[in-house]
Design a protein around this ligand. Sequence first.
Ligand code: IMP
Ligand code: MG
Length: 176
Amino acid sequence: MPYRLGSVLIPVPQIRDRVEELAAAISADYAGRDLLLICALKGAAIFWADLCRAMTIPCQSDFVAMESYADATLPLAEPRFTKAASVSLEGRDILLIEDIVDTGHTITHLKRMLQAQSPKSIALCGLLDKAERREVEVPIEYCGFVIPNVYVVGYGLDYAQQYRHLPYIARVDEVK
Ligand code: IMP
Ligand code: MG
């Protein structure tokens, strides 16, 4: 499909302000706890980098990557980690950092796989929520923005591995 970068949906200052608000809320809620941020690669990397630098409490970070289903149409029967966590999750307070919750399948699988490692708690911090598209219910304890059902790129999110470096979030339009 031919495509081109479309209009800006969320500009830089709005992202920056919201990330600071989320970091303040997380810092307040997790004060005195053993917080481990788990960043879901690759999409959440830029969000994680800004979020963790705005945190005002001690926290550690780790990274996971899931095999993603091509085209994001059909969930894999047995999804697996292409990169698993490299520290023990047992007894820890986990905050999963995701770029976007769309149908909800990816995050549901990821949470289930992390849950098997006996953390004390798992909560989700998602930058974007495409709520209209949800197929499985997913609680998002810290949500950046609810967005309409449009394909977006930038600030870590890609289309065919492109556009992750854009500092803002924009639409991708099909060229007819
Ligand atoms: P879900 O399993 O349908 O919730 O899909 C979530 C994953 O699909 C995200 O982690 C993204 O990798 C990808 N995704 C869904 N919507 C978009 C989008 O608009 N732009 C970029 N990636 C997306
Ligand atoms: Mg992703």
